[in-house]
Write a protein that binds this ligand. Structure first.
Ligand code: FES
Length: 102
């Protein structure tokens, strides 16, 4: 099992997963309020997260859409990356109170 720590502006989540688990699935299973603006259809490139350690190799899409400095700093797209080893990840979580109920 792989140990995953996700640190947000609101919480710290610790969990385990199988190798090659999609990060988006992990975020959803932990009920983290993270926005996937295009619904994970790989069109908006706004679902950026930061791997503090052990960033996976960038996908072809990430190498095209992210700047080199971002890739070097561990920035990846949450909808395109897979957990391959023990990792710590940072991302911005939306506070529930910021949702408008209409
Ligand atoms: S949610 Fe749009 S590219 Fe990831």
């Amino acid at each position: 099992m792989i140990n995953v720590t996700i640190k947000t502006n609101l919480n710290i989540y610790k969990t385990t997963c199988q190798k090659n688990t999609p990060l988006k699935d992990l975020i959803k299973s932990l009920n983290i309020n993270f926005i996937f603006p295009c619904g994970c259809s790989e069109r908006c490139f706004n679902c950026k997260v930061k791997y503090i350690n052990n960033a996976p190799n960038p996908s072809k899409l990430e190498t095209i859409k992210l700047k080199n400095i971002e890739l070097e700093e561990g920035i990846r797209l949450a909808c395109c990356s897979y957990i391959t080893e023990d990792v710590k990840i940072e991302l911005n979580e939306i506070e529930y109170s910021n949702f408008i109920d209409i």
